[in-house]
Design a protein around this ligand. Structure first.
Ligand SMILES: C[S@@+](CC[C@H](N)C(=O)[O-])C[C@H]1O[C@@H](n2cnc3c(N)ncnc32)[C@H](O)[C@@H]1O
Length: 246
């Protein structure tokens, strides 16, 4: 049955419960890697808005912070991609869940220039100079009031660009995900949390209001992409942003 999607759902995802089953949590992180590959469009977004910016000056060293980095499959890919292009990037991947951080370190801890830390996204100011901030599927974990505060903090810290990608809350997304992912995502929280994530996602208008309330209007643009994706791109180097990539 279709839940009420008129407002953001405020129930917790199962992976966010401190007492959640560890084996299920680890399988969830492993399966999110494939969910990201199929629906997140993270490669497209990072190439378009972050890597393209780095390519303007290949000689500089850059620091990107990935907030709510989860299993770290995305920063691992980004570092490989940048290495192939001789771009000098280091990534700090931040996640507040100690078990998730341990799992990510086990998988990706030996990647040079990837520092996986356990901490709160709100402490980004303690991470030194930050050129880029990235977050995928993280914003919807937070209540609205914290999102507004976080966007404010990001804007204050970031030296070049931030890219925040999240989910559209819509019937299309919910039904599409439920039909396609149901048979595939087993023995984990990925299916149930995926549905909750969409219910905690945003409409285009709500994304716009978040920007207005965070006082970053004029320094930020929003893009809606298939399938059910929203991207918020902002920072201090907005001048040449491309038109809507759809
Ligand atoms: C759905 S996962 C997304 C993981 C990853 N970005 C991806 O796209 O696969 C969201 C992550 O945010 C983390 N998280 C939740 N609240 C946080 C906070 N306040 N600070 C840092 N991480 C947080 C959770 O532990 C979880 O691993």
């Amino acid at each position: 049955m279709l839940p009420d999607l008129s407002e953001r759902f405020d129930g917790l995802e199962r992976m966010d419960r401190s007492d959640c089953d560890e084996a299920h949590l680890y399988r969830t992180l492993a399966q999110f890697r494939y969910v990201n590959l199929v629906v997140s469009r993270y490669r497209y977004c990072l190439k378009r808005w972050i890597v393209a910016d780095m390519l303007r000056d290949r000689s500089s060293r850059y620091h990107l912070v990935d907030l709510g980095a989860g299993g770290c499959d995305i920063p691992a890919w980004l570092l490989r991609h940048c290495q192939r292009r001789s771009l000098k990037l280091r990534v700090t991947a931040v996640d507040s869940n100690a078990r998730t951080v341990a799992w990510a370190r086990e998988r990706y801890g030996d990647i040079p220039d990837l520092n996986i830390v356990c901490g709160s996204a709100f402490e980004i100011g303690d991470l030194g100079d930050v050129d880029y901030v990235y977050a995928n599927h993280f914003l919807h974990h937070l209540p609205r009031i914290e999102i507004v505060r976080l966007l404010h903090v990001i804007q204050a810290v970031v030296r070049r660009k931030f890219l925040v990608c999240d989910l559209v809350r819509s019937r299309f997304s919910y039904v599409g995900f439920s039909l396609l992912a149901g048979p595939l995502l087993r023995d984990s929280f990925a299916f149930e949390d995926g549905q909750i994530s969409i219910r905690r996602g945003f409409t285009l208008g709500e994304f716009q209001h978040l920007i207005d309330d965070s006082d970053i209007r004029g320094r930020c643009q929003i893009f809606q992409m298939f399938p059910g994706r929203l991207a918020m791109v902002g920072g201090s180097v907005l001048g040449d942003l491309p038109a809507d990539p759809n």
